[in-house]
Design a protein around this ligand. Structure first.
Ligand code: BGC
Length: 489
């Protein structure tokens, strides 16, 4: 009786920590977008320096994701997440304080480490500690919370954005201390996962915790299954198993789906949307951030929708519908920018509508599909390594796209077609603001470039995207062992 009620409380705390873990990941992904227009002017930065600062966070995430598997095996899941929370708090304070662009780069690199660590270790912790009947729901809750975190960061950016205060970016970054602190405190109250404790031979402790979180009738079975899995893990040859020929398809799928997810340019919209909206004619950084908030709302709404569709429609159908919509809206966005001078004021409304359509199609397909597919296609023995290669590819490709966006814009801007905005620039010599003309290039070509990659993604998907709906995971393994093709699954 007492055990039952304790059990419930613990599950609620687990859900809350899962929530802050996801929220933080999303918050720190999104916060930079509203901050960019301000620190760019405050530090008088070129677009390529802005790319460096944005990319620094991603480089940190790649490094974090790379080492977290080992770290969480050695020190345990709980300590790994606690250290991520500490890095989040310090990194947020440091980002807000940074007196020079160089120090801001280091601060973003530092906070990126925490993003990388938590993107891998929080879902792992949740999966290992959730009671069986709630596992799926709690893991997808984490994904939904990433998008909510992005939205919250846009709203907090909006609250602090003051067109007359170039240092508005500082409180935006400081805000990240709050969720970091909540994660830190929340995590103190949570136990280590039974699975990790057992892997270290701490069976009695593991069983004690398992009894608190698992339904009493399932405790013995869970314990047995865990022991079997650990036994199998012991026999795991090594890292190289995942590169064996029979698993080649799985590897191509994991890396490929993340390539398509990132190279349709999703994060140019997530990170740079205020800037994009300013270029198309919304005046001032605040209006740009409002545009971004609307993007965040659409993203959350359609991610919720996808949770209902993903098991009904299946992966392939969603992939093709979603990617189709993405390609069409990217193409249309390119047209809007190419003809912006003819479209006049209507251009900015068309741009925002197509960005919404783009985000909606992404949120029902590539967004959730990427993370889902990488967790399904590898056999249990190599699932950890396999999915970490997937998330590593995600951050790597994300970094490449963020780092090259403005360069691609420049590359594809025909001479004379650059869009000129008049922005309030602070002149340190005269200590005052003045309106100055800035040539932003024209992103039309960049959007068409991403659309073209989307078309390649369609062809790739036809051959490589497996339909894993309702397929038992063991059958997927069998299929690879028999040399089956992904599309025949
Ligand atoms: C992607 C992120 C992206 C987010 C947007 C995720 O699935 O991996 O790169 O920022 O979706 O909602």
């Amino acid at each position: 009786m007492t055990e039952k009620s304790y059990n419930k409380n613990l599950v609620i705390i687990i859900a809350a920590v899962a929530a802050t873990g996801g929220l933080l990941f999303g918050f720190d992904t999104g916060v930079i977008s509203g901050a960019i227009p301000f620190f760019q002017q405050d530090f008088q930065l070129s677009n390529s320096m802005v790319e460096n600062i944005t990319t620094a966070g991603l480089v940190g995430a790649v490094i974090g994701a790379m080492f977290t598997g080992r770290l969480s095996d050695i020190f345990g899941r709980k300590k790994t997440i606690l250290s991520a929370a500490i890095i989040f708090v310090i990194g947020a304070a440091w980002s807000g304080w940074a007196p020079t662009p160089e120090l801001l780069i280091i601060a973003r690199l530092f906070i990126g480490l925490a993003i990388g660590i938590s993107s891998f270790s929080v879902p792992l912790y949740i999966a290992e500690i959730s009671p069986t009947h709630m596992r799926g729901r709690l893991v997808s809750l984490f994904q939904l919370l990433i998008t909510i975190g992005i939205l919250v960061s846009y709203l907090s950016d909006l609250a602090f954005a003051n067109n007359n205060n170039l240092e508005s970016w500082r409180p935006m970054f400081y805000m990240g201390i709050v969720p970091g602190f909540i994660l830190l405190v929340g995590m103190f109250f949570l136990p280590e996962t039974p699975r990790w404790l057992m892997s270290k031979g701490r069976e009695t402790e593991g069983l004690k915790i398992l009894k608190k979180i698992e339904e009493p009738a399932l405790v013995d079975e869970s314990m047995k299954r865990m022991k079997e899995e650990l036994e199998k893990d012991k026999k795991r040859p090594n890292f190289r198993e995942v590169f064996r020929p029979w698993l080649r398809s799985a590897l191509i799928i994991a890396v490929g789906i993340m390539f398509v997810q990132q190279f349709v340019g999703i994060n140019t919209v997530i990170y740079y949307s205020p800037k994009i909206f300013m270029i198309v004619g919304f005046e001032g950084a605040r209006a740009g951030i409002w545009g971004a908030v609307s993007v965040g709302v659409v993203n959350v709404a359609f991610t919720v929708l996808s949770l209902f569709m993903i098991d009904k429609l299946g992966r392939r159908k969603l992939y093709f519908i979603g990617l189709g919509g993405i390609i069409v809206s990217l193409f249309a966005l390119g047209l809007v920018f190419a003809f912006h001078s003819i479209l006049g004021d209507m251009g900015k409304w068309l741009a925002i509508i197509f960005v919404w359509v783009y985000i909606a199609f992404f949120a029902i397909s590539l967004g959730p599909l990427g993370w889902l597919i990488i967790s399904e296609i590898f056999p249990l023995r190599v699932r950890g390594i396999g999915s970490s290669i997937g998330s590593l590819s995600n951050w790597l490709f994300n970094g490449v796209v963020a780092f090259t966006f403005f360069k691609i814009v420049k590359l594809f801007t025909a001479s004379g077609s650059g869009i000129i905005t008049h922005e309030k620039i602070y002149d340190t010599a005269t200590n005052s603001f003045s309106m100055q003309a800035i040539d932003n290039g024209n992103p039309a070509g960049a959007f068409w470039f991403y659309a073209a990659i989307g078309i390649l993604g369609m062809i790739w998907g036809y051959f490589y995207l497996p339909e894993t709906k309702h397929v038992p995971l063991e059958k997927i393994e069998d299929h690879w062992r028999k040399g089956g093709k992904p599309k025949d699954l």
